[in-house]
Write a protein that binds this ligand. Structure first.
Ligand code: DX5
Ligand code: ZN
Length: 208
């Protein structure tokens, strides 16, 4: 059983509500938040999350690619985030960020960029609901998956059995089976789902 999380980054931003309607049967909506510092790009902020919250019942999996996520936990939770993921490479202390996410009532996740080893997640990883293995350099959609990241997936599954392991970047019909074989529980898929003629069929095939 694998969950599919379409990434909003690949949607047509001129008609977001309709785009979310096309993937209503997904398991969750992945929302990429970029601050222009942690990654060289800007994307979606809390106002968009709040507006979309009124349009769908899908759980929101909010991926904070931010230098200082701690200051924004409350505002994203308020806007409707169900799961909040921050990067281990950020400036804030992981324990403090996890505590703030949990205190807000959201589920906590951590993401690790390609250059960061799985071992960088300390014993505090036991407090997480989700661990995201980045299979592209964060910042942009539509990149090719770095397959050499997949061993991190099975290492983390074995070390933190309470957490779901998510793969983010370059998931498509070719790479999804490899992610599943490595033990991934959640597949983030932007380009492959939103640019598919039939997103529902694409999601079914990715999950198979
Ligand atoms: C990259 C983002 C990903 C990305 C995935 O910084 O975290 O979620 O949008 O997009 P695709 O599926 O197109 O690689
Ligand atoms: Zn993401």
């Amino acid at each position: 059983m694998v969950y599919i999380a379409p990434s909003l980054l690949a949607a047509d931003f001129s008609r977001l509500a309709e785009e979310v309607g096309r993937i209503e049967r997904a398991d969750m909506l992945h929302v990429d938040v970029m601050d222009g510092h942690f990654v060289p790009n800007l994307s979606i902020g809390p106002a968009v999350v709040e507006a979309l919250r009124k349009k769908t019942k899908l759980p929101f999996d909010v991926h904070l690619m931010m230098e200082e996520p701690l200051a924004y936990i409350g505002v994203f939770r308020q806007a409707g985030a169900d799961i909040i993921t921050f990067h281990i490479e950020c400036q804030d202390q992981p324990q403090a960020v996890i505590a703030a996410i949990k205190a807000s009532g959201a589920r906590a996740g951590v993401a690790i960029s390609p250059k960061t080893p799985a071992e960088a997640i300390g014993p505090w990883g036991e407090d997480l609901s989700q661990i995201t293995v980045m299979t592209v350099e964060p910042g942009f959609g539509g990149q090719s998956m770095m397959l050499d990241m997949l061993p991190k997936v099975y290492k983390l599954r074995a070390r933190f059995p309470q957490a779901l392991v998510e793969v983010d970047g370059g998931v498509n019909l070719e790479t999804a089976p490899l992610c599943k074989a490595a033990g991934a529980n959640i597949l983030v898929a932007g380009t492959s789902v939103f640019r598919a003629q039939d997103p529902y069929l694409e999601m079914r095939c990715l999950a198979m």
